[in-house]
Design a protein around this ligand. Structure first.
Ligand code: NAD
Length: 718
């Protein structure tokens, strides 16, 4: 043994070939944390001192190769001074430089995920052999940073500029086959032949059949055609990135800059440029937010998995009541992820709708080659549509109720189904507005009842709010969480209140919108400003997509529940449009008109609605983009403060993640609690105060927020 550590070891075989094997003792995957980087340095020291080594094969003993840097170490790293961050990068950067200057060939065997730093070490090796199960990529820009261990410097020298820019700015992991075609890896073999091939390639390098030194030289001196390619496409790419991402995602521009400028000099100069660009990216609010999102997601999923681990057994049969938009979607998702579902409706049309929707979604998969007809049939067979309760309901472990949003109907349906199920089963309601504690009232076993609030469309939206009613047991919550995980969803646990977390926050935002339009703003201008701020769609467009009848219903319920803040003394704009026959996108008519033009969906402002709104609102007034953003975002942010203070949601991390996954909050802003931290609580309170006199309690910050402002506290630790 040449070296043995906690994360890796190097041994030497009889033929003189050394094997560097990554095999973290502390986790299920390999990653480059501080310890591993230090061990790579120490291992290289030992390797360089070892006599008689004729080659090095790098591999992993885990199911993945190396998933990249340890992101959990980033929050403290990014707080450091610029030179400290650069020093940290240089530590491992020097390791990789040493690796490519060894006196013998270095071959890497890539068996699974090689992402970020995982791919960067591969690029520093002379020859890359990949298993057909491997997946490689540089996902850093998705975290608001750029590759910092040579990815932007080595990749273009090896595979050209276009591929490098595409891979680095998209951040997407790519399949091994594509990596082979583009030259990111040199050989592709079946998984069980990987090490045999790596040994054979090593032998070829040693015999001279394979010129590994030429591969090294390609990185040291950039080929003239690659420099020419950079000149040919560089300016246009830079301009495109600036217009597409601009200041929202500076990492994209910095990664592009690093690739292009890096080709103007030596590899060492390129590595210096990359470090500087990394530091610049690392210091942005966007990097903080995106890394924060990643860590919050990990935290959320860990909590969920810990809860799921406490339950005796996963659900084997699901019951769904109501086969409409939501019930159909839940049954589909359940079947798709392998849990059979009995779906009951009172109307055959409902069942037809639910089954039709599932069939349509599966057919789409078949059409794009992601599923076979047989698989589709097998999944559909997992859904049993019924009009009456049958014996099957006795076996249901988790029942999700998704009938019409009416408390009387829900009470009747819930008590009925409770009597039909085995007492061990739990019942969850997919209500969007009705308090869980109230819905539980007539139940025999309220402790076995909770909310499970899915978002529409169920198959596409990752979030599920799991709502704890006053009598819900923790075991019930854990079982609902386990079911949500089995559906491949992100469960956020919240305590009961009208609107739960996401709709409560969203309707505070919409209250800001209602008032702003009443005060004379043009809703089309408001939409554009909010989309520019980062929302996937502005509020008027979003209301149309949700459906104006649904919006009005939620507005009524939440307006009554949070009377002091959400009260308005004018008719809601949803109702105004409904009165004109518009329901939003579903009937092609809302704040906008929707139609299909040349086979594509088209959206144009509805002039009649616009004119009607202008008649009913105060005289038209121009608001700046800043005013528009403040008037919509401050109510949402204050509502988050209330939700945290009332313990509706346990942490800002969970609250922010719920907004990201539930309503598409701009990821690069990290969520609304993160947004308040970015502005600073003092500034936030000052801005909100500016509006309170004129606009009232919707803009009134909480006492706790004022206290936080005084003590310069933040919602996040970092
Ligand atoms: N649509 C959304 O965007 C959305 C999002 C989240 C939550 N929700 C909630 O999900 C629930 C269902 O909403 P939806 O949009 O799917 O409604 P929907 O109108 O599409 O479907 C409701 C279905 O329930 C059936 N139904 C009525 N009474 C029944 C009974 N006694 N037993 C069995 N089935 C019965 C109806 O026939 C209909 O097929 C509501 O509580 C709603 O608030 C809806």
């Amino acid at each position: 043994m040449i070296y043995s550590g906690e994360s890796l070891s190097i041994s030497k075989a009889d033929n003189g070939v050394a094997h560097l094997v990554f095999d973290s003792k502390s986790g299920s995957v390999n990653k480059f944390d501080h310890l591993t980087v230090a061990e790579v340095t120490a291992a290289l020291d030992s390797l360089e001192d070892e006599a008689g080594v004729t080659g090095l094969i790098v591999s992993s003993a885990k199911g993945v190769f190396i998933v990249g840097a340890d992101i959990s170490e980033f929050t403290t790293l990014l707080e450091e001074a610029d030179d400290k961050i650069a020093d940290h990068l240089r530590l491992h950067g020097d390791n990789l430089r040493r690796l490519e200057k060894l006196d013998f060939p270095v071959v890497v065997a890539i068996n699974g995920f090689a992402l970020g730093g995982g791919l960067e070490i591969c690029l520093a090796c002379d020859v890359r052999v990949a298993s057909d199960l491997a997946s490689v990529g540089l996902p850093e820009t998705g975290l608001g940073i750029i590759p910092g261990w040579g990815g932007t410097a080595r990749m273009p020298r090896l595979v050209g500029v276009q591929t490098s820019l595409e891979w680095i700015t998209s951040g997407r992991p790519q399949k091994a086959q594509l990596a082979l075609e583009l030259g990111v890896v040199d050989y592709l073999v079946a998984a069980d032949e990987l090490m045999i091939k790596a040994e054979a390639v090593m032998a070829d390098c040693q015999s001279g059949d394979l010129d590994y030194k030429a591969a090294r030289a390609r990185k040291e001196t950039t080929a003239t055609e690659i420099v020419a390619e950079a000149h040919r496409i560089g300016d246009e790419w830079t301009a495109n990135v600036a217009s597409k991402f601009g200041a929202r995602l500076p990492a994209q521009g910095l990664a592009t800059q690093s690739v292009l400028q890096g080709l103007e000099g030596s590899l060492d100069e390129a590595l210096d440029i990359e470090r500087q660009c990394f530091v610049n990216a690392a210091k942005t609010d966007q990097a903080k937010a995106l890394i924060g999102n990643f860590l919050s997601d990990q935290y959320l999923m860990k909590c969920a998995k810990d809860r799921a681990a406490t339950i005796a057994a996963p659900a084997t049969v699901i019951g769904v009541l109501g086969a409409g938009i939501m019930g159909g979607g839940i049954a589909y998702q359940s079947a798709l992820t392998g849990t059979p579902a009995i779906m009951k409706d009172i109307a055959q049309e409902g069942l037809d709708l639910g089954m039709g929707q599932a069939t349509k979604l599966l057919s789409k998969r078949v059409k794009i080659g992601r599923m076979t007809e047989e698989k589709k049939a097998a999944i559909l067979a997992l859904i049993t549509p019924v009009l009456e309760y049958d014996e099957g309901f006795k076996k249901v472990d988790v029942l999700v109720e998704a009938v019409v949003e009416n408390v009387k109907v829900k009470h009747a349906v819930l008590t009925d189904v409770e009597s039909k199920m085995d007492p061990s089963g739990i019942i969850c309601s997919n209500t969007s507005t009705l308090p869980i504690t109230d819905l539980a009232e007539p139940l025999e076993r309220p402790e076995q009842f909770c909310g499970m609030h899915f978002f529409n469309p169920v198959h596409a939206m990752p979030l599920v709010e799991i709502i704890r009613g006053a009598k819900t047991s923790e075991e019930t919550i854990n079982r609902a969480v386990a079911y949500a995980l089995s559906l491949k969803k992100k469960p956020v646990i919240v305590n009961d209140c009208p609107g739960f977390l996401v709709n409560r926050l969203l309707f505070a935002y919409f209250a800001g919108f209602m008032q702003l339009v009443y005060d004379g703003a043009d809703y089309e201008v408001v939409d554009k400003a909010m989309e520019k701020w980062g929302w996937p769609m502005g509020p008027a467009y979003l209301a149309d997509v949700v459906g104006l009848d649904t919006m009005q219903h939620c507005d009524d319920v939440l307006g009554a529940a949070y009377l002091s803040r959400l009260k308005k003394d004018f008719k809601s704009w949803y109702q105004v449009v409904i009165d004109m026959g518009g329901l939003g996108q579903k009937n092609g008519n809302g704040f906008y008109n929707y139609s299909i033009v040349d086979g594509r969906p088209s959206k144009v402002v509805n002039d009649e609605v616009k004119a009607r709104v202008a008649e009913l609102a105060k005289p038209a007034k121009v608001f700046t983009e800043t005013e528009i953003v403040e008037r919509l975002m401050i109510p949402m942010a204050i509502e988050m403060a209330f939700a945290l203070e009332e313990n509706i949601v346990a942490s800002p991390q969970e609250g922010d993640v719920a907004l990201l996954y539930g309503v598409g909050f701009p990821a690069f802003r990290g969520g609304v609690a993160r947004w308040m931290d970015t502005i600073g609580l003092k500034v936030f309170c000052d801005i909100a105060d500016k509006y309170t006199d004129e606009l009232g309690p919707l803009y009134g910050v909480t006492a706790r927020q004022r206290e936080m402002a005084v003590h310069t506290e933040t919602y996040y630790d970092s």
